[in-house]
Design a protein around this ligand. Structure first.
Ligand code: ZN
Ligand code: ZN
Length: 141
């Protein structure tokens, strides 16, 4: 049961309103929209989205500079392509120890390595298969 006699203060404009829904926090739709805007601003939603887009652009460019397809099966779907080191010993130390870093930093590091010719493009499938074979080809039993 909702007690319609209860009044609440709108979180945005401070105006008192009668609640018609237990979870209602705003007096009107414009106030609710305004609150969402403020929330997005506070949490840097737009900024984070831009950073994400920027990271994807860098990644995409890097993938295209490496031929834009899997070296093994020629798959061109950028969504499944990943960077593979020809020799995992040449991996940048920060990548090697799987250090936590933002995507952009990661792609920038890989870009440097790609310029040295250490990196190739592989789809998730081929990459997986290869790492698996590497594992079994180890002399250690
Ligand atoms: Zn309001
Ligand atoms: Zn492949």
């Amino acid at each position: 049961m909702i007690d319609y006699s209860i009044k609440r203060k709108c979180l945005v404009c401070g105006k008192e309103f009668t609640i018609d829904h237990p979870r209602r926090k705003f007096c009107s739709d414009p106030c609710r929209i305004e609150h969402n805007k403020q929330w997005e601003k506070k949490h840097n939603v737009a900024k984070r989205l831009r950073a994400k887009q920027r990271a994807w652009e860098v990644k995409k460019q890097l993938m295209e500079s490496l031929g834009g397809k899997c070296v093994t099966c020629k798959n061109k779907d950028l969504r499944v392509l990943e960077f593979a080191h020809k020799d995992s010993n040449n991996k940048h130390p920060r990548l090697k120890k799987r250090e936590k870093m933002n995507q952009l930093t990661k792609w920038k590091l890989l870009e440097k390595e790609a310029k040295k010719g250490l990196v190739v493009l592989k789809c998730t499938n081929c990459h997986r298969i290869e790492t698996h074979e590497e594992f079994w080809s180890n002399d250690v039993v």
